[in-house]
Design a protein around this ligand. Structure first.
Ligand SMILES: Nc1nc2c(c(=O)[nH]1)N[C@H]1C(S)=C(S)[C@@H](COP(=O)(O)OP(=O)(O)OC[C@H]3O[C@@H](n4cnc5c(N)ncnc54)[C@H](O)[C@@H]3O)O[C@H]1N2
Ligand code: MOO
Length: 394
């Protein structure tokens, strides 16, 4: 069995980025840039006021001295003239600073008398001016290739005065659930041995949260002919295929055999992790095929560990960035770990990460509240509450 890091490196090494396409800003959220974004304007476009107040010359802003008000500057409506010595201009946040002014005094310190203004002590040395191009300059790269357009990145994109961009095509993902027992949720109770097919709902939703579209959700019984047919269909309609279940070593485990004869080039199978030992990955031509264990918690943990970086890499992003484990505080004791690297489901509390009581790989209920995964090394000793562990959002 290989390690998680080795398996991840093989997966990322095998996956290619999809081609780019041009889109407008309204459709950009969640997509990944295929071309860098260059600012069309300076930001700010001129020196602007950071406060509502009075534009003055710093040297003349002495507490108690009267200045003559000669006009007003607002965002979108600048003061037309030059400001001379002994003068002040009423100014609002975002307005261009008039020529001749080098400081804004907040209005909280101002006393007005008609067209005159003076300031009380205490307004301090801050100039309250945002310098032209202090954020970014026209022609500067604001967003790099591979940047995912998060809600935060959308602000930088629009702020660069860009209407259209080039992004990688959304990966179309087919999710195939395998198993005789699986039924459409809502109808499992109709058959004595039926089990609601839950895995594809989590895995499909996770894929969509990573910028993919769900090409189709399929369900197939443990019959090699049926599953081979689904494998061909999935490869026809999707850029990437995820198989849930049938990954282990039992007689009914057909996830890999169903791709025999379709040219599956296997990159790994079985990894020294818990949960998720039976996870496997291969390529059919240029299409990644990821096999997840059927146990719902195992399926979701391995989807987080492998499918999320895989979809990022298909969109030209950095797959490894999606699984950077960061220091976090543990909020309860943990027993010694076994010989496989473990990914412990936990939830964030004010005290730190609290591991779920039920760590069964077949569990479903704890998934709803487990928003973090704690990574534990093979044969790690006991961990105590308050200790630093490594974790990612789940
Ligand atoms: N002799 C061995 N047996 C098993 C091993 C092993 O190494 N040697 N590995 C175990 C591990 S670890 C896991 S995890 C499971 C998973 O194996 P499979 O991928 O073959 O999963 P299935 O047998 O198909 O299903 C397991 C379990 O999950 C239920 N299931 C399957 N698909 C779904 C779905 N889409 N939605 C909801 N539930 C699903 C299924 O009914 C089973 O209960 O194998 C161990 N065995
Ligand atoms: O390791 Mo399995 O993936 O127990 O659930």
């Amino acid at each position: 069995m290989i390690s998680y890091d080795e398996a991840l490196a093989r997966l990322i090494g095998a996956v290619q980025s999809l081609p780019g396409e041009a889109i407008g800003l309204d459709a950009a959220e969640g997509r990944t840039l295929a071309k860098r974004v260059v600012a069309a304007i300076d930001a700010p476009r001129a020196d602007v006021s950071a406060m509502d107040g009075y534009a003055v010359r710093m040297a003349e802003a002495r507490a108690g001295d009267w200045l003559n008000l000669v006009g007003e500057a607002a965002a979108g409506a600048p003061f037309g003239g030059d400001m001379s010595s002994g003068e002040a201009v009423r100014i609002f946040t975002g307005a261009y600073v008039p020529t001749g002014a080098d400081c804004v005094v907040m209005q909280e310190y101002a006393e007005r008398n008609g067209d005159r203004v003076r300031f009380r002590e205490g307004f301090g040395p801050a100039r309250h001016i945002r310098k032209r191009a202090g954020d970014f300059a026209k022609g500067a790269t604001v967003l790099e290739v591979g940047q995912r357009l998060t809600p935060r990145a959308m602000v930088a994109l629009a702020g660069a005065d860009i209407a259209g961009i080039e992004v990688t095509r959304r990966p179309k993902v087919a999710v195939v659930a395998t198993g005789d027992e699986l039924e459409q949720p809502g109808s499992a109770h109709l058959s004595p041995h039926g089990l609601p097919e839950s895995g594809s709902y989590g895995v499909g939703a996770l894929a969509m949260s990573c910028g993919a579209t769900l090409a189709e959700r399929m369900r197939g019984r443990d019959d090699l002919d049926v599953l081979s047919g689904l494998a061909r269909r999935a490869l026809d309609i999707a850029d990437c295929v995820v198989i849930i279940g049938g990954a282990s070593v039992g007689d009914h485990d057909l996830a890999r055999p169903m791709f025999a004869g379709i040219g599956l080039h296997e990159h790994f199978a079985r990894i020294a992790i818990k949960p998720g030992k039976p996870v496997w990955f291969g390529m059919c031509g240029d299409k990644p095929v990821l096999g997840l264990p059927g146990n719902p918690t195992s399926a979701m943990v391995t989807a987080r560990l492998f499918l999320v970086p895989l979809l990022a890499a298909m969109q030209g992003g950095n797959g490894a960035d999606e699984v950077r484990f960061m220091p976090q505080i543990l909020a309860a004791d943990l027993p010694p770990n076994g010989s496989r690297e473990a990914f412990v489901r936990a939830r964030a509390t004010e005290e730190g990460l609290l591991p779920a009581d039920n760590q069964e790989s077949g569990a479903q209920a704890p998934l709803a509240s487990s928003d973090w995964l704690i990574r534990r090394s093979p044969n790690d000793g006991p961990c105590s509450s308050g200790q630093v562990v490594r974790a990612i959002r789940f």
